[in-house]
Write a protein that binds this ligand. Structure first.
Ligand SMILES: O=C(O)CCC(=O)C(=O)O
Ligand SMILES: [Fe+2]
Length: 247
């Protein structure tokens, strides 16, 4: 078997790697933590319906989403794991493998919470919960989050938690991280500067990465990517984090 070299994979021709996965215990832990955070938020904001949410479960959440104001209930700040979850995750085999690939790293705290931010995303069937194609570098260029004062490079990690391979997940444009000439501009939407991609998507060979639950996509800061329209009849749940790898 070829030994894994993640740096080479993400800096090479494709700009991403799908070689890493959570082990089943880690996937179970994350599913439990997401469910607890999801349900607690609903417990506070929709206590009358909590019994239904509890029985239905997060992957079938879309069937009950009409009972809440979805956008108001799920701002990013409500989906950032507490410090304790990150600490547990960091002790597991997935992070140990990342450390053996990249050496010591921090995880970014874009929200300025005072701890490392690992957050989840909940995408209902259809096209309402997905954002446009972008590179994460554009968000940093627009001032989302502050970089530390030591020299480091960013590496993004996206992990499938509830996914239907081939029907939902992450879109990528392989090799797009090698160009600095993609056209985009920033626009303020709901008080937040967001990058808008100014190229024609039809002209680009964007494709869906097939990801089984637990499978990670480790990708370059400049790789063009975005959420795929969810063609499954279940919600897609995934997590994200940014490694700050010291030079
Ligand atoms: O999961 C998505 O819909 C988008 C993910 C993304 O933009 C990221 O992981 O940086
Ligand atoms: Fe992104």
């Amino acid at each position: 078997m070829e030994t894994l070299d993640l740096r080479k994979a993400i800096n090479g021709g494709l700009g991403y790697s799908t070689a890493m996965s959570l082990d089943p215990t880690e996937l179970k832990l994350l599913r439990d933590c997401i469910r607890a955070q999801w349900l607690y938020r609903l417990q506070l904001l929709a206590p009358k319906h909590i019994h239904e949410f509890d029985l239905t479960g997060i992957d079938q959440y879309h069937k009950l989403a009409h009972l809440v104001d979805h956008a108001a209930v799920w701002p990013k700040t409500a989906r950032v794991f507490p410090r304790e979850v990150v600490a547990a995750l960091r002790k597991g085999p997935f992070f140990k493998a990342l450390e053996s690939q990249f050496g010591v790293f921090e995880i970014s705290d874009e929200e300025g919470f005072g701890w490392e931010n690992v957050y989840w995303r909940l995408v209902r069937p259809g096209n309402s919960d997905i954002g446009p194609i972008h590179s994460d570098k554009w968000f940093w260029d627009l001032g989302h989050g502050q970089m530390p004062d030591y020299p480091c490079e960013r590496v993004k990690i996206w992990i499938a938690i509830y996914t239907a391979p081939g029907k939902n997940g992450l879109l990528v444009l392989p090799g797009s991280h090698l160009s600095d000439h993609w056209k985009w501009h920033g626009e303020v939407i709901n008080g937040l500067a967001k990058p808008i991609f100014d190229e024609k998507l039809e002209d680009l060979d964007i494709h869906l990465v097939e990801t089984h639950p637990g499978q990670a996509v480790v990708f370059h800061d400049k790789l063009l990517h975005g959420g795929a329209v969810n063609m499954a009849d279940t919600c897609r749940v995934s997590i994200e984090l940014t490694l700050l790898v010291r030079h």
